[in-house]
Design a protein around this ligand. Sequence first.
Ligand SMILES: [Mg+2]
Length: 148
Amino acid sequence: MSDARRPRVLALDLESTLISNAVSQFARPGLASFLTWALAAFERVVLFTSVPEERATAILQLLISEGEAPPEAARIAYVQWSGRQKDLGFVRAAEVDEILLVDDQERYIVPEQRSQWVAIAEWDVPYAATDRELDRVRAVLEERLSGT
Ligand SMILES: [Mg+2]
């Protein structure tokens, strides 16, 4: 039996994970259904990105308005953080072992928090429409939620 706590909070990177990047802002294939599922499956979903808050929030709102993200994605909170790595201690009101972070960049992962990282392949040029990483990651997250 694992001694890890059941995940409650899902932290999501933005660039190359959910979208292309903060400039072109293409939605990754499957984004809307992934976010719809995640917002129902976790107590909280937060955005943990190096894109500044104002810009990240505007991108999220644009995705919602274009139907690339569900309306309830408006409640995804932005994590205020600093430093070179995405220390999960910056996520409020949750213990580190209650948080899972989906990110394409290993360099952002705090080595001691590696067990909380769910790696996703970088969505990069030419931004293939056949990409199915969000579906694959959802299955990984479902396993983590069920404790297997
Ligand atoms: Mg990224």
